[in-house]
Design a protein around this ligand. Structure first.
Ligand code: GTP
Ligand code: MG
Length: 195
């Protein structure tokens, strides 16, 4: 995909603020600090459009990014971050669940996991939850730059064995640092939008 335009459309705190033109949407999901915002920036060729941080838990609202006036990337708050209050966590949970469960414009979710480690309990729960609601998923195993090339197949195998992805759900090795997996990621995203 040639990105000619990318901009933050809105940081939404609720349904009434979502865009209403019916354009397709691709959402990001994954543990806090795993690299969701970095994934968006890399795909768009932008350094800092989606806010990234060394500190987890920075993305708190649903950030809709307008791409080429054709579709939206939706950056979603990460899960599994302990240092927020229970009530705050519950509020995000409702926001995210409500969006993912009910959003007709949603064509697919890019589930970002850290390729260095086996998927966590939260990752597995998230994947199974998405599948329960029949949402198409792309699994992007990111931070590939942190794993030596020779060891990557073993890590991917572990991901496959832990998540047991359905056949139509792509598994992609990715790095926001080196840009590895960019072409595959775009292809997978475009495929989801065509369905
Ligand atoms: P929240 O919004 O808090 O949920 O985090 P996030 O998932 O959006 O993570 P973010 O993109 O902010 O990245 C978190 C940290 O990981 C930052 O310090 C990034 O520079 C780093 N990071 C992200 N992707 C990669 C990658 O592919 N390789 C390496 N080496 N570092 C990465
Ligand atoms: Mg983020």
């Amino acid at each position: 995909m040639k990105v000619k335009k990318s901009e933050l459309y809105i940081s939404a705190a609720g349904q009434d603020q979502y865009p209403d033109e019916g354009k397709p949407e691709i959402a990001l999901a994954g543990r806090s600090n795993v690299g969701k915002s970095s994934f968006i920036n890399k795909l768009l060729g932008r350094k800092n459009l989606a806010y990234t941080s060394g500190k987890p838990g920075k993305t708190r609202l649903l950030n809709f990014f307008n791409i080429n006036d054709a579709f939206y990337f939706v950056d979603v708050p990460g899960y599994g971050y302990a240092k927020v209050s229970k009530s705050e966590r519950a509020a995000w949970g409702r926001l995210i669940e409500n969006y993912l469960q009910n959003r007709e414009e949603l064509c697919g979710v890019v589930l970002i996991i850290d390729v260095r480690h086996a998927p966590t309990k939260d990752d597995i729960a998230m994947y199974d939850w998405l599948k329960h609601f029949e949402i198409p998923v792309i699994i992007a195993a990111t931070k590939a730059d942190k794993v030596p090339k020779t060891k990557r197949p073993r890590h991917l195998k572990q991901v496959r064995e832990t998540l047991e992805p359905e056949e139509e759900d792509e598994l992609i090795l990715f790095s926001s640092e080196t840009g590895e997996g960019m072409t595959e990621a775009w292809q997978a995203i475009e495929r989801k939008m065509r369905r």
